[in-house]
Design a protein around this ligand. Sequence first.
Ligand code: FAD
Ligand code: SF4
Length: 545
Amino acid sequence: MADGEYDVVIVGGGAGGGSVAYGLARAGARVLLLEAGPRFEPARDFRLDLPTWELQRFPNKTGSRGTYSYAPLQMLDPQHEQLRSYNTITGRMVNGDQRRAHGYHHVRGVGGSTLHFAGEAHRLNPRAMRLRSEHGVGADWPLAYAELEPWYTQAEQVIGVAGPAQTAQGSRREPCPLPAHELSYASSKLADGAASLGWGWEPNALAILSRPHDGRPICNYCLQCARGCPRGDKGSADVTFVRAAEATGRCTIQTGVQVTQLIAGENDRVSGLVYHDGQREQRLAAPVIVLCAGSVETPRLLLASDNLANESGQVGRNFLETLGWTSVGLHPEALGSHRGLPSDSICWDFNAPDAIPGVVGGMRLSPAVGEADFAGAFNYATRVVGGWGLRHKQAMRAQFGHALGAGAIGECLPDPGSYVDLDPDTTDDNGLPVARIHSHLDDMAIRRIAFMAARCRELLGASGVETLFEEYGSYDLFSSTHVFGTCRMGADPEQSVVNADCRSHRWRNLYIVDGSVFPSSGGGESPSLTIEALGLRTAGKILEG
Ligand SMILES: Cc1cc2nc3c(=O)[nH]c(=O)nc-3n(C[C@H](O)[C@H](O)[C@H](O)COP(=O)(O)OP(=O)(O)OC[C@H]3O[C@@H](n4cnc5c(N)ncnc54)[C@H](O)[C@@H]3O)c2cc1C
Ligand code: SF4
């Protein structure tokens, strides 16, 4: 990698990095993408054909997990017993009276955390972008939904999003590029339950192909998106934006390269960066740098670069985690719920910021058996059926495929106790302090989780489930599939890190495009499509200069 060879250097190859690389390379820029993790080859690395498929953790390739730490999490209150996570066979998931984290969900590698994702491809509810001005909480987005809309459309076309012509959010002007997937039989039970409660229930918009698209095949409905899609039909960033960027011949990708520092230059410009290639430290000058390392690693890198771009003091602050709840029970019918798509349908009725009585910030509901991993014999044997011998075998036969689950994800608002900083005691292999995650849920967040739990239980009851066997949520288990906010965008340089164009308020050649720039999380919308729309838009802004 020689100085001057590239117009733009991108740090991180996930949803943000992949989409910026595509937008730039397609328009003629010479792009270098530095990715800390490895490259995955779907058919070779995602081995769902092995007998041990269900026992494999994901990701399991060398170098595909980063290191991080947690500050002690908050104490739990006995008045919220009904929000404790449990399984009827294995008992409480969190013993004791302190909230616990079971890991920061992320993937290091080309494609980033989209390699793990369930493929939901959502647009934000425009109303969720104005929380401060309309509801006096959180922060507003400095750009309107209308400014993002053309980029959403473009991102959906690159990916091949399959979904309905319109959503109950009402924010689409044209249909999704591919037709929606048919609901699985299990999901149709949830649709019936929702209808009996007077709630809407519609096909979900998914980055999962319902028709062949751009050389990728259609889905086979194996329900295994969280273990990586071996067919490449799931629209993770590696097989969509990154592949298309490389096809231009102008995007070079270096894997196993961790950027450890940005170097401040003169005239409010960043002069370059320091990286570690697994063997030694190197320096590279860069005309433009785009940070796309994700909501935990991007603030870590800036804080470790002598607080670069932290004139506002907001780098690492406003960490927004995933507020989630999942309930699962057994349905009397054999639903075949061990196959299908993890999240083929959705209810948006409670998604608007004022849809939940008594709190600000909405939520959405969707099927949960896939994300809860009730797709194979091992999970049924250990989490649903239990016991030993003949009775165990008989129960396995009787109950396999009967699980029905409902999951909710809700708005997470900024809290002074939720932030990312540098761990003073722990460094990674390259000597960089690891990111330390602090998390605190206030009363409103707990009330929102309680509402989500009540709706999941109500929906399952209305769908024919009589008893629940497992429930878990972020009241006692910290969750981080969707994380945001730590370098938020805003109009006010004193309250935000980047402007509406994702450019640092001070450093003129430094941009950030990943989940960290979201001022608000949305009421349960999945974030990747918004990150990718921002990526395409930012590529245009960089080219404008
Ligand atoms: C289980 C699971 C399910 C999910 N389901 C959905 C879903 O259905 N729909 C949806 O929209 N979203 C979903 N998400 C969330 C989605 O995956 C993330 O929001 C998205 O990937 C974030 O994009 P990003 O660009 O911010 O970061 P990432 O995609 O995480 O990419 C960051 C990249 O930067 C690299 N990096 C970090 N530090 C450095 C460094 N110092 N030097 C070089 N490279 C670095 C990392 O290795 C990584 O590849 C899910 C996530 C998980 C974990
Ligand atoms: S359900 Fe479809 S998208 Fe998901 S892993 Fe299986 S084939 Fe891939």
